[in-house]
Design a protein around this ligand. Sequence first.
Ligand SMILES: NC(=O)c1ccc[n+]([C@@H]2O[C@H](COP(=O)([O-])OP(=O)(O)OC[C@H]3O[C@@H](n4cnc5c(N)ncnc54)[C@H](O)[C@@H]3O)[C@@H](O)[C@H]2O)c1
Length: 250
Amino acid sequence: MTAARTALVTGGAGGIGAAIAQHLAADGYRVLVADVDLERAQQVADSVRHCGGQAWSHHLDVTNGQSRRSAVDFTVSELGGLDVLVNCAGVLRDARIRVLEPERFTALQRINLVGPLALTRLAIEPMTVAGRGAIINIASRAWLGTFGSTAYSASKGGLVGATRSLALELGPRGITVNCVAPGFINTEMTAAMPERILQRIRAAIPVGRGGTPADVAETVRYLAGAGYTTGQVLVVCGGRSIGVPMAGVV
Ligand SMILES: NC(=O)c1ccc[n+]([C@@H]2O[C@H](COP(=O)([O-])OP(=O)(O)OC[C@H]3O[C@@H](n4cnc5c(N)ncnc54)[C@H](O)[C@@H]3O)[C@@H](O)[C@H]2O)c1
């Protein structure tokens, strides 16, 4: 009998992370829902179990080395290994460059970029021992450029570059590294945006709707099992990265 596969999902208490945990658990993965918000992580794990999946919760602050080590060790010892790492924890605390203090810029990079790379480092050993592994970084379509979003775009662009380099370095170990770059997805992160901005974003999405966390989770589910696909960026944005729909055409 083959052992069940295991997945560590950071930011698992958030909108997209929770959907990823649900989808991977539905595929038979034993999932660790890890988040700085432990109470909500527990609720997500409860809801996965309620749907028949196997899930655990764990406190994780991706900016803290001990906390990262604890989450990876817990996954290996309690869930039985580490096959899939989904770096989903992230924040959108951005501003136009003239008012963006360097401290704020640095704090955002520590969560969105340094945290995922440091976790990747820790994942290499258990994945190498198993001779397989999949690392999936949740970037953003913003890496292509978004007005007023310099720090966030930089962090996500950094993830894209790192993903491509890591794919080359870790491929020989049987580890794939890919990025999912969501466009506008309806979660608490985007609900905090001003309504006038939300209206303009929605109007610019060719498929005519904002994305759902499940739209992103479907792509993560695919990449978790796609052993010959590595170093890629899958943009999940309803066509917005191609261009805006033309008014009055339909
Ligand atoms: N919602 C969107 O439109 C959208 C678009 C593109 C990319 N993304 C990316 O998707 C990911 C998930 O976003 P979401 O929309 O679900 O947001 P969300 O705010 O619902 O979830 C983010 C989660 O990350 C957790 N988190 C924050 N700081 C942390 C830390 N230091 N350590 C551990 N966990 C931490 C939060 O507690 C939260 O549960 C993020 O990386 C985000 O940048 C979101």
